[in-house]
Design a protein around this ligand. Structure first.
Ligand SMILES: Cc1cc2nc3c(=O)[nH]c(=O)nc-3n(C[C@H](O)[C@H](O)[C@H](O)COP(=O)(O)OP(=O)(O)OC[C@H]3O[C@@H](n4cnc5c(N)ncnc54)[C@H](O)[C@@H]3O)c2cc1C
Length: 400
């Protein structure tokens, strides 16, 4: 019987897992391995760009690429993982519930923002976590122009001063000017629990963030925690209220809920512990990758982050190793020594860092140019050509 590799999810890690598995199967031609991806859409949704305008356009089609590389795509959603019988239960595009058998399962179902921690977030806050919610935010921002002028209309509160919070906050002065007019008195406030702007980052990076924020007029409220979000804005734990018609929640990412169905250790973010081959601890036939994997990147104690940069390479290794285990080929232990960041800072430019200590290498226009090439080229799917796609699907091919 033909062996089945099933990949759940068609994001950065799922797409690359499928291509990498297909590459290895192709190299070992004659061995019968089918590679199938189940996901709600045959498209890559470019989440790192969801702070931008025109969010509906930030998708790339995957069906031509899958067709060119012999990967089967099934449109649907997996609801149950049944490790004992090596099956998943999934619902297809017509709403039919079906079973799919696997010999190797690659879980690549991503993450979502946790909106459940603070009262009122679910009802009143926007987020830019998924295409649909980022689009709701975009339409809301555009609609502000039709509302009566007030301080609350012109104020946006961004809850959380991590990368996502900073990217949307520094983008907003320009976007709000486009919507409300050049002379609108806008106010953008980042609420940060830590003791300084960018508190969770290295010293050099913090200074750049503080400088860019000051030049753009983005305010930081530090040592501050949101108590509730309501129709009028936010209330902080110290009782301060900020009237705002736009509150954006960016804090707290959690691995997709399918991880809970596997009886294996998980980290604080719900990610499954994996070994160097990216097999879930205790489950030789299940691999976890991307935002659902808690994976060591080196021997120095660093772990993959919920980031596109890690998801891409984790995907290549997971797919390769799932196929290797069926083809009698030695697996490749996952390694990703290099860590870089490239943070968009709106009209100020961007900042590029290298290393886990985030040494600043480029700023302003130079870093912005790099950021644009990363988010509009590097992270997009390869062309729908088998030779070209397989070349970069190799886990050992050069990548940042
Ligand atoms: C606003 C924002 C900005 C970001 N900026 C950056 C950045 O600058 N740099 C960076 O490196 N990273 C950034 N990230 C993080 C990055 O986008 C994620 O780490 C990356 O998308 C993870 O890839 P993934 O394949 O694990 O998951 P995803 O890309 O989320 O893909 C998950 C896939 O699984 C599918 N899926 C989910 N549930 C099921 C199910 N039950 N059945 C079947 N399919 C399912 C989804 O439809 C999707 O196809 C950002 C994220 C956000 C939201």
């Amino acid at each position: 019987m033909r062996k089945q590799i099933l990949i759940v999810g068609a994001g950065f890690s799922g797409m690359w897992a499928a291509l990498s598995a297909a590459r290895l199967a192709d190299k070992n031609a004659g061995q019968a391995v089918d590679i199938t991806v189940i996901a709600p859409q045959p498209e890559l949704r470019v989440r790192p760009r969801f702070y931008e305008n025109a969010v509906r356009t930030l998708v790339a089609p995957l069906q031509p690429l899958f067709d060119a590389t012999g990967i089967q795509f099934l449109r649907g959603t997996v609801s149950k993982i049944l490790p004992a019988s090596r099956e998943v239960s999934w619902t297809d595009a017509d709403g039919e519930t079906r079973l799919h058998r696997y010999d190797r399962l690659v879980l690549a179902s991503g993450s979502r923002i946790d909106r459940s921690q603070i009262a009122g977030v679910d009802n009143y806050a926007f987020d830019l976590d998924q295409l649909e919610s980022a689009d709701v935010l975009e339409q809301h921002l555009k609609s502000l122009a039709q509302r009566p002028e007030s301080a609350a209309r012109n104020t946006v509160v961004v809850c959380g001063g991590g990368f996502t919070g900073i990217e949307i906050a520094t983008e907003l002065p320009g976007r709000l000017r486009d919507i409300l007019g050049e002379n609108a008195q806008t106010r953008i406030v980042i609420i940060e629990r830590g003791p300084q702007p960018g508190a969770r980052f290295g010293e050099e990076l913090r200074q750049v963030i503080a400088q860019a924020s000051a030049e753009l007029g983005v305010e930081w409220l530090i040592n501050a925690e949101v108590a509730t979000v309501n129709a009028d804005g936010v209330m902080l734990k110290d009782g301060t209220t900020i009237a705002a018609q736009t509150v954006i929640w960016t804090a707290g990412m959690q691995a997709n809920d399918l991880t809970k169905q596997i009886d294996a250790p998980r980290d604080r973010q719900g990610r499954l512990h994996v070994n160097a081959d990216l097999q879930v601890v205790g489950f030789e036939d299940i691999y976890a990758t991307g935002d659902v994997a808690y994976a060591a990147t080196d021997d120095k104690g660093n772990y993959a982050l919920m980031s596109c940069q890690h998801a891409i390479l984790l995907g290549k290794f997971a797919g390769n190793n799932a196929a290797a285990s069926l083809l009698d080929v030695a697996p490749l232990p996952y390694r990703q020594e290099n860590y870089v960041t490239c943070l968009d800072l709106g009209a100020w430019g961007a900042v590029y860092t290298e290393g886990w200590d985030q040494q600043v290498k480029l700023t302003r226009a130079e870093a912005k140019k790099l950021k644009l090439s990363i988010v509009s080229e590097l992270i997009y799917p390869p062309e729908a050509n088998k030779t070209a796609a397989f070349k970069i699907a190799d886990p050992l091919a050069p990548f940042v």
